[in-house]
Design a protein around this ligand. Structure first.
Ligand code: ZN
Length: 425
């Protein structure tokens, strides 16, 4: 009683009305003509800021006239999208109208609002926790473009994440932070996800590449931190490890872990892959901050997770980011028939980054992810070492802007290349 309502047409003794998706009929004798109709027709809520759950049969009021008029009920325990909170009330859209429900009748839960385009801050020492938070924010901000997968656990039980960006069937993979002290490569990959996703949503180009059309054809899988325990050890010290005494001992008693490359039990993850593993040069023979290849290939869960994940997909190209030196490895006993193909792609990366191609060796030391991918998948793989050589320590964060400038297009360029050549490999 007292609520104004628009009618679609006259229907004899009845008014025909639209009520949500249904047509309804109201007898004319129970209505009077309204002088002014204050309600705008609205659809479903599009704001997606959150929902409420009705704590009881909650009455929905129309507030378009001089007083509140009840016109609908949302049954107890039903979850319903919110338009906006409004003092003691919650504004909603229901049956093509604006309605208000009292806050005391419902339990409101608002989503944390993501700010797209600048979710990741790569100009900081970027931790595992930061990465986990950002991956979930990115997934929330771009639900149709980004999805994550846990591909395994580290020795200390941290998750190893893979993040898929794109909608296309042609897939490539880019990983970072195999080596603990090289964690700036995680900054690079997380920034790529953030910038590419934003460019996709706004239909922008990155370094001339039309991100949206490329990522409609291809997808990039990122594994931004292969060695989360090692990265955390370098950043936060031995107390971050499950067995602090053990890592202190391997580190010669020093609490400075800046030079550490291995995983948390002293195995170099980039010497764990079955690619000429028995001939790896400079093996220490026992757990160490760097260079120990482990008791057998794929003994470590992080390397095992990478291989299982890789074998579960059909990646056309793989990139394993390391630091430092501004060079690119691209060859590992590469068969003659693939040399031209692989050198061409390596040269594309070189001309974007300005990094130098490492000449093929007749007697390479293997065990790396890239070595394994080239020799078993028979497809191109690359190891760019970002930043000018800085010795046995993390690349200072102040280098990030120049690393970004040189590498920002690599992911999207390689996705484009892989799609264009998808039928030949
Ligand atoms: Zn490395």
């Amino acid at each position: 009683k007292g609520q104004t309502y628009p009618r679609i047409r006259d229907y004899g003794n009845w008014h025909e009305i639209q009520f949500g998706s249904k047509k309804g009929y109201i007898h004319k004798l129970s209505t009077v003509p309204a002088i002014k109709f204050g309600q705008k027709k609205v659809g479903q809520s599009k704001t997606n800021i959150g929902t409420f759950v009705a704590l009881k049969n909650a009455v929905i009021y129309d507030n378009s006239g001089k007083k509140l008029v009840p016109f609908a009920t949302i049954s107890k325990n039903i979850e319903y999208p919110i338009e906006v909170p409004y003092g003691n009330w919650v504004k909603i859209h229901i049956a093509n109208r604006v309605g208000y429900v009292h806050k005391s009748d419902v339990k409101v839960s608002l989503k944390k609002q993501a700010k797209p385009g600048n979710l990741v801050n790569p100009n900081q020492v970027y931790t595992y926790e930061e990465m986990v938070r950002d991956i979930s924010e990115l997934e929330k901000a771009y639900p149709n473009l980004i999805s994550k997968r846990i591909i395994g656990q580290s020795v200390d039980g941290r998750n190893i994440y893979a993040v898929k960006l794109g909608k296309g069937k042609t897939e490539i993979m880019i990983n970072g932070s195999h080596h603990a002290r090289e964690y700036i490569t995680t900054n690079l990959l997380m920034e790529m996800i953030d910038v590419y996703a934003y460019a996709y949503s706004k239909n922008l180009r990155v370094d001339g590449y039309p991100v949206r059309s490329i990522l409609n054809n291809a997808s990039i899988w990122f594994v931004p931190m292969v060695n989360p325990d090692g990265v955390t050890l370098v950043q936060k010290g031995h107390r971050s490890a499950k067995n602090p005494a053990y890592v202190l001992k391997l580190n010669g008693g020093s609490t400075n872990f800046a030079a550490w490359k291995a995983n948390i039990r002293g195995v170099d993850l980039n010497r764990q892959y079955p690619a000429d593993w028995y001939r790896i040069a400079g093996n220490t023979g026992r757990p160490s901050p760097q260079n120990y290849k482990g008791p057998r290939p794929l003994n470590e869960p992080e390397a095992k997770a990478m291989v299982n994940f890789t074998l579960s997909r059909n990646f056309k190209t793989a990139v394993s980011y390391h630091s430092s030196g501004e060079i690119i490895y691209w060859h590992f006993n590469t068969p003659k028939q693939h040399e031209v193909r692989d050198r061409k792609i390596a040269s594309m990366i070189a001309s974007k980054t300005g990094y130098r191609l490492v000449p093929p060796s007749n007697n390479p030391s293997g065990g790396g992810f890239t070595d394994w991918f080239i020799s078993t998948q028979k497809k191109p793989a690359f190891t760019p070492e970002v930043a000018p050589y800085v010795g046995n320590r993390p690349v200072p964060i102040s280098y990030f802007p120049s690393i970004w400038k040189k590498n920002q297009a690599i992911g999207i360029m390689l996705a484009d290349e892989a799609y264009k050549n998808r039928n030949t490999r």
